[in-house]
Design a binder for this molecule. Structure first.
Ligand code: AMP
Length: 488
């Protein structure tokens, strides 16, 4: 028997103290057996438990703390104020590496806390160099594919950096550039940007990247899907060679690995969950249903009062608008968010959804990437995505940061092959709900039309029975040119 005070451990790295008691004549043996079992399962570190003289067994659970990551007081204070008690796995792995100045290749699913994993160490590194009195120069550039994501990263930087004097701003396309250029002219330490607007303002001379010390490429796979590869190449050509680079992608197909090789130097690799895995906290179900009955099924599913809010995914912008109309006809408050909507309309829809004044947000994949809604419990795939990874991204909107979530997918006969690829990717079969009023009847649909189409090409007219169809907002084929109308 030995005392806890004699244990050798880093108290900062192991913060959770747990006392377990047992009763009866064999209590010490039982507790010892229990502790050994917990060690063999990896829950506690060998040597980090002790049977106290008073009887109970004391455990130090293997929990990391923010303090153990060498974060300084302003950031420890900020994470506490954000309500974070322990770092997420990507944070515990990435923060120390970024603080050491290493390049990083991060493979992380959405909702894993990756924004803090790069934002916090960047803020700490930049805050060490006191340049506050001089005119600020852009010392860190964070490039991300969508406006929504850019805004969210901007908000995170403000939250995590609130106890520093560092400044940041966010620029994206689709809105008047003047307010953005006014802030840029005053000078900022950190710039968050979408590629289109960034290059545009660089060409107009509002932005110089000469002083960038830390460059972040976020959601690189989506960046390629949206056709931003040429913009990224242009950007790389003007970034200082001497810099720290952080590269994040939820999936790592060969093109991404190739791109990462051109950006990073001897990177440390951090992978938190295999790209194919879906969070364990998300309950997934599939309904087999005919295309023409999907609206009716959606209305049926939404009859459940437990569903306070739901994010519904359609493949197309036109389809998203159609679903909104159907729901509105049935007095369900719904709004659509997609690339054809003006920036302020998108933001308004998102705020209404967050405030729960809109019950259903209908989104296309590109618009939805990066939507961060706390307590989102339901995701409904009105259509099955034809790229399996997209499924992982879609359902990753729920079950975030350990919360529970449910994902329903409506699969018609034509989509069965896509469902199969998804199940192959995630490595499990999605349970089927067959007890519903609209079971799949038409098992022999006509041959599927090609999914990818180039911009400007007229979409096939939706058949009358098709409940959601129209102009495609599917990710563009990789390595294709970026569309003329800028996303960023
Ligand atoms: P991200 O993957 O960066 O989009 O973060 C997903 C969500 O997790 C956001 O709502 C964050 O505020 C939240 N989050 C990030 N880090 C933590 C943490 N350590 N503990 C609890 N929540 C967190």
């Amino acid at each position: 028997m030995f005392l806890a005070t004699k244990l050798q451990f880093n108290p900062l790295a192991y913060v959770k103290k747990v006392l377990i008691r047992a009763q009866g004549p064999h209590k010490t043996g039982i507790l010892r057996h229990f502790a050994n079992l917990a060690v063999s399962c990896g829950f506690i570190h060998p040597g980090l438990w002790a049977i106290l003289p008073s009887g109970p067994v004391l455990f130090y659970l293997k929990y990391m703390s923010f303090e153990s990551l060498n974060l300084e007081t302003p950031f420890l204070k900020a994470v506490k104020e954000e309500g974070y008690s322990t770092p997420t796995p990507i944070q515990s792995k990435a923060i120390p590496l970024v603080l050491q100045g290493k390049d990083l290749l991060g493979c992380a699913q959405t909702g894993t806390g990756k924004t803090a994993a790069f934002s916090i160490p960047i803020l700490q590194l930049l805050s060490k160099d006191k340049t506050f009195d001089r005119k600020k120069k852009i010392r860190s550039l964070i490039v991300t594919p969508t406006r929504e994501l850019a805004i969210q990263i901007g908000e995170s930087l403000v939250a995590y950096g609130r106890h520093t004097k560092l400044t940041s701003t966010v620029i994206f396309g689709g809105v008047n550039q003047n307010p953005q250029t006014r802030i840029l002219q005053q000078g900022v330490d950190i710039l968050v940007a979408t590629p289109g607007r960034l290059l545009d303002l660089m060409n107009q001379g509002f932005i110089s990247l000469r002083d960038v010390e830390i460059f972040v490429l976020d959601e690189a796979d989506r960046m390629l899907d949206m056709g931003f590869i040429h913009d990224i190449r242009k950007l790389l050509a003007v970034l200082p060679r001497q810099r720290q680079s952080l590269f994040f992608s939820a999936t790592m197909p060969p093109e991404i690995v190739k791109l990462a090789d051109t950006i990073l130097q001897n990177p440390a690799k951090v992978e938190v969950t295999p790209v194919s895995s879906t969070a364990d906290t998300i309950n997934q179900f599939v309904y087999f249903v005919d295309k023409g009955n999907k609206n009716a099924l959606l209305l049926e599913v939404l009859k459940d009062p437990k569903i306070k809010t739901a994010l519904v995914f359609t493949r197309t912008k036109h389809g998203a608008d159609k679903v909104v109309k159907v729901l509105a006809r049935h007095d369900i408050r719904a709004e659509a968010i997609h690339g054809n909507k003006a920036q302020n309309a998108r933001q308004r829809a998102l705020s209404n959804f967050k405030a729960q004044t809109t019950r259903v947000l209908v989104a296309t994949d590109i618009a939805a990437r990066g939507i961060d809604v706390d307590d989102l419990e339901y995701v409904i795939n009105f259509e099955i995505p034809n790229i399996a990874e997209t499924y992982v991204h879609r359902i990753g909107r729920t079950g975030r940061a350990g919360a529970n979530g449910t994902a329903f997918s409506f699969c018609d006969a034509e989509e069965k092959a896509d469902l199969k690829s998804i199940e192959k990717l995630i490595g499990k079969k999605i349970p089927v709900i067959d007890n519903h009023p609209y079971p799949l009847m038409d098992n022999n649909p006509e041959k599927k039309a090609p999914q990818q189409q180039s911009r400007g090409q007229r979409p096939p007219r939706p058949k009358p029975a098709v409940t959601a169809g129209g102009s495609s907002e599917q990710p563009r084929k990789r390595w294709q040119n970026r569309p003329k109308s800028s996303k960023g």
